[in-house]
Design a protein around this ligand. Sequence first.
Ligand SMILES: [Zn+2]
Length: 436
Amino acid sequence: MSSGERGAITVLVADQVLTLDAQGTIHTPGAVTIEGATIRAVGPPPSTPAGEVVDLRGCVLLPGLVNTHTHTPMWVFRGLTEDVPRGEWLTGRLLPLERRLGPDELRRGALAGCLELIENGVTTIADRYGHMDAVATAVETSGLRAVVGHSLFDRSAEADLARSEALVERFGTDPARSRVWAGLAPHATDSCGPDLLRRVRRLADRTGARVFIHLAQSEEEVATVAAREATGCAGYLDALGLLGPEVVVAHATYLSDAEADLVGARRTAVAHCPSSNAKLEGRVAPIARMRRAGAVVGLGTDAACCNNGMDLFDEMKIAGLLNKVATDDPAALPALDILRAATSEAARALGIDHLVGTLEPGKRADVIAVRTRGAHLRPWHDPVANLVYAARGSDVTAVFVDGRPLLRERRLVELDAERSLADATQTAWVLADARA
Ligand SMILES: [Zn+2]
């Protein structure tokens, strides 16, 4: 397989191609022609293919999924923080575990998390955590496209700013120049006071980095900010110039109607993590209201210990179900909107819609193949509804990033999956033993 080589031409031929372009064009059957890292053509299968043909009959092709919010190293915590009362998860359960891990353990966890994401058809992630220098090395090795941010807190502001600047120095902030690039990742509105957030704003202005922050993810956060500011978590960010199209707010669970309207009015990008919000908080974020007001909404898996997996097919279905319940309207958030929230709109949220998120000539060749032969995917009357409500991450059979195959016939192409998973599992067992 030579498609990752510069200039080599590969033609992916499948039963169907969903481009997710502005018109929602679907080709049945279809082909995607890749030259090097770039899509050269999308359409019906060519009668005389210009390069090596990859036979993906029995599959549909779609853009690689874009995960707008995750923490890959937290893969090692899966199963250690279950069914916790509201308000106790973060400080009561998670922080004691996090204190036990150093950069080597986090790097192993991150690689395992990346493998899980690739197996589920994710090609781009927005990843943020501590020790991001080590984590980013794993992300880079995995072959995923990624924006990486080192989490900033008041309590360690100087060191966190230095590490954030080092990431920006190492990777740059331009997704067109580098498959892995850097963002700025202040932790949340309660853990970051105005002085730190002003410095983040200035650093973003100077470097062009996008800003990623948790917003109103818990009642404690809302109470802390309310004691400090009269305007609520969203108003607090807005006053500091941190709502807008270049800011990605995660969760936005506990927002008033006025705050949801403000987030939307500023055209802010929202990372919606429905299964994490449901499992950790028992809540649904006011997504319909934010979208109506103008927010750009992409889906996120959050971390493996929040929900308990990193599968955007799960998130698509759960987003649909929960938002229908939350709005008391079964017609709310239709399947095409949900599929876009995992592809084209998610790319817009991360500011990379000029590069990925649709299958169109000139874009990067981030493509996945979903096998449609399973009983749970027949009949194939409505491809979009089948992908959103019936497909699973385990139906993904091939994954390409920049034209480079990361997964073929459900096997990782370059990485030693068994060894990576065994290393990270060992770390997880040490944690579990220490907790006991
Ligand atoms: Zn998060």
